[in-house]
Design a binder for this molecule. Structure first.
Ligand SMILES: *Cc1c(COP(=O)(O)O)cnc(C)c1O
Length: 366
């Protein structure tokens, strides 16, 4: 692997190797470009990897979240519980179904949906719970599922940032009723454009997503639902299947880079929390400190590209102003939004480079 980019960027673009290029050419020469045999092969390989029985590839994670909720029967007047500390697409997908997002605060340590706060948010209108495996750490899905099961609602896991992560020996994306992934180029398993995928254990539920992906039809002749065009192209599937074989190695390198950060960052900086039984895949290495902005400025001065995430969490975004939320409604989310800083994280970083970043962070602390 070569470092073609400035080392201190938050992400590296996907590696374009000989194997990917060979697959792309073979796909173009096959003449079959829209969803076809390569998509099916990728779906099978992905389901096997994840440990879910079924997989449907789509053209984005956003489509995957939307169609998963529709398949789960979510619609106008319903409520879906999710975290406010996520990319806005998570909450938007709920609105696309006609349902209303209900935000529940995160755990201050893991930054994932707090299962202990779920009970109070459940109403007769709750139709699904959507935890997010934030920054590469799976949510506490067993605890979320226990609450969901008690109320008879499904769990749709937004695993966009957690490809390859695990929880009690089970892979992210196989923990809820449906799991949703993104292959946007910056994700751990990134394609050469947009892509997404839904995994699930229940054949009927996944089949419904499959039909919604193609205009609401099973056989392309009979149309039984108002569906969408959410297909994944063959070229993307071909590339992704090749990457599926190597991305575990990239995740292992990310874990090594994270271990270097853990060792070299100043002591007062809060590191990502990895509870017992979890594997983190460090989609982002998210440090936290109350003097985040000073650290970010010092990093910028030294050309270390770092980024704060979800500084305005979903509940405070203009698009959700109608919900009437204010700063202080979700204190753990507000604190995380004010203190987080993603340091450069990609498989090609060296320990020397990590030490340079750590020195920039130290300089920011004065
Ligand atoms: C990237 C991301 C999405 C959206 O994925 P797309 O493939 O770009 O639609 C949704 N949720 C989370 C948590 C993400 O990180």
């Amino acid at each position: 692997m070569t470092t073609a980019v400035h080392p201190f960027v938050p992400f590296s673009p996907p590696d374009i190797g000989g194997a990917e290029i060979t697959e792309v050419i073979a796909t173009l020469e096959s003449g079959w470009l829209s969803t076809g045999p390569r998509v099916r092969r990728f779906e099978q390989a992905f389901a096997e990897y994840t440990g879910a029985a079924h997989a449907v590839a789509l053209n984005s994670c956003t489509a995957g979240l939307h169609l998963s909720l529709l398949a789960a029967g979510v619609g106008p007047g319903d409520e879906v519980i999710t975290t406010p500390l996520t990319f806005c697409a998570t909450a938007n997908a709920i609105v696309h179904t006609g349902a209303r997002p209900v935000f529940v605060d995160i755990r201050p340590d893991t930054l994932n949906l707090d299962p202990e706060r779920l009970g109070a948010a459940i109403t007769a209108k709750t139709k699904a719970i959507m935890p997010v495996d934030l920054f590469g750490l799976p949510a506490d899905v067993d605890a979320v599922k226990a609450v969901a099961d008690a109320h008879g609602v499904p769990v749709v896991e937004d695993a966009c940032q957690a490809w390859g992560a695990s929880y009690k020996s089970r892979r992210a994306g196989s923990l809820g009723d449906l799991g949703v992934f993104s292959f946007f180029p910056t994700k751990n398993l990134g394609g050469f454009g947009d892509g997404g995928l839904v995994t699930g254990h229940d054949a009927e539920l996944v089949q419904t997503v499959r039909e919604l992906r193609f205009h609401g039809s099973r056989d392309k002749k009979t149309f039984t639902a108002i569906g969408f065009n959410s297909r994944l192209d063959e070229v993307q599937a071909a590339i992704l299947r090749v990457e599926l074989e190597v991305v575990d190695t990239w995740n292992a390198r990310r874990a090594q880079v994270a271990a270097w950060y853990d060792a070299h960052l100043p002591r007062e900086v809060l590191r990502p929390c990895v509870p017992e039984g979890y594997t983190h895949v460090y989609h982002l290495y998210m440090m936290r400190h109350p003097r985040r902005d000073a650290i970010a400025a010092a990093c910028k001065e030294r050309q270390v590209d770092c980024a704060a995430y979800y500084v305005t969490p979903c509940h405070l975004q203009p698009v959700f102003a109608g919900m009437g939320h204010k700063l202080g409604d979700f204190p753990a989310t507000d604190a995380a939004a004010a203190q987080n800083l993603a340091l450069p994280m990609h498989p090609n970083l060296t320990e020397e480079q990590v030490k340079e970043v750590a020195a920039a962070v130290a300089a920011g602390l004065g």
